[in-house]
Design a protein around this ligand. Structure first.
Ligand SMILES: Nc1ncnc2c1ncn2[C@@H]1O[C@H](COP(=O)(O)OP(=O)(O)OP(=O)(O)O)[C@@H](O)[C@H]1O
Ligand SMILES: O=P(O)(O)OC[C@@]1(O)O[C@H](CO)[C@@H](O)[C@@H]1O
Length: 306
């Protein structure tokens, strides 16, 4: 079974307007509310791929009810921990360019944290837990490490979508896959990249430090997969980019969902790329139809450093 963890879910309030003028009254051309948060997005794509999964996380208040209700309507399996404070609202403004304003999220009590951690007792070998997104303001920065300890105590695998020091610190725990984008990878090592060779060189360092697979997403420039034996590159298929929210989450879902079913890293990479691009070409996250349409357009080649 796959479990996703969204410690800090959200309502993603998508606002479209022709042009945003700061310091003035702006009128929306269109707006919509979507259930959001990185792990929840992963769960939604896994569902499209027909991969059974359960979404875990903290959810609260009227906003939390909306998120849970929307997910139930999509027949998504959830087992959230209810908290007394309101789940946050993240504002995504689509105007001349895209601007995101993400909330900090609510605080959680020690009792709520304990209830959440209790969920991990159902884990067993063969399960995969995907940890994605920001933490809540009063949680310790080590919270993900505490969860990784619980996951490993049950011989389950984990995937973590985080950046910076937190990413480096989790590598020795051998995540199934990590997926920085190329900007995050450059920042991690304090370098500037000059071409794919540089990116692969630094991506390999994440493998050396313990990650089992390294996916590097490069938005419209495609992606790289680094495994202990081979490295692969794929350009991104061409299409009209409609949405930049959740392409990375979709890529993780495509990779992990396919890996859980096949244990084939190359096939998993193909689905990861297709799901990422399918979301970039959709209004909301991709659906199964869009993913199937993009799959045949994915062309992967082996990448050699010399
Ligand atoms: N403009 C695009 N055209 C085609 N494919 C895209 C585009 N943007 C993203 N993708 C696909 O989705 C994958 C993940 O996108 P990206 O690199 O933007 O992840 P990310 O930085 O984690 O994104 P986000 O945080 O916005 O979800 C890319 O590797 C690519 O396969
Ligand atoms: O604030 P975080 O937790 O880092 O990111 C939250 C978020 O921006 O990530 C998702 C897209 O990846 C959105 O659904 C959500 O609003």
């Amino acid at each position: 079974m796959i479990y996703t963890v969204t410690v800090n879910p959200s309502i993603d309030y998508i606002v479209q307007l022709k042009e945003l003028t700061l310091g003035q009254v702006n009128r929306m051309a269109y707006d919509t509310k979507l259930p959001g948060g990185k792990g929840i997005n992963v769960s939604r794509i896994l569902k499209e791929l027909k991969q059974p999964n359960t979404a875990w996380g903290f959810i609260g208040g009227f906003t939390g009810k909306f998120v849970e209700g929307q997910l139930r309507r999509q027949n998504l399996q959830t087992d959230f921990t209810e908290i007394s404070a309101d789940t946050r609202i993240n504002v995504k403004i689509k105007a001349q360019n895209e601007t995101e304003i993400n909330g900090q999220g609510p605080e959680v009590s020690n009792t709520e944290i304990a209830k959440f951690k209790n969920k991990f007792s159902v884990l067993h070998a063969g399960d995969v837990v995907i940890l994605s997104g920001s933490l809540l303001p009063n949680l310790s920065s080590d919270f993900y490490f505490e969860l990784i300890e619980l996951i490993k105590a049950h011989q389950a695998e984990f995937v973590i979508d985080t950046t910076g020091e937190s990413l480096l610190k989790t590598l020795k725990e051998q995540p199934l896959v990590v997926k920085p984008n190329h900007h995050e990878l450059a920042e991690l090592f304090g370098v500037k990249f000059d071409g794919l060779k540089d990116i692969v060189f630094y991506g390999q360092k994440l493998l050396e430090k313990g990650a089992k697979h390294v996916l590097i997403s490069m938005a419209g420039d495609g992606g790289l997969l680094i495994t202990p034996t081979k490295t692969y590159y794929s350009p991104a298929p061409k299409g009209k980019v409609i949405n930049s929210v959740g392409a990375g989450d979709s890529m993780i879902a495509g990779f992990v969902g396919t890996y859980a079913a096949t244990h084939d890293p190359l096939e998993s990479f193909k689905y990861g790329l297709a799901c990422g691009s399918a979301t970039a070409f959709s209004e909301d996250l991709a659906d199964n139809k869009k993913i199937s349409e993009i799959l045949p357009q994915i062309k992967i080649e082996e990448f050699k450093l010399d």
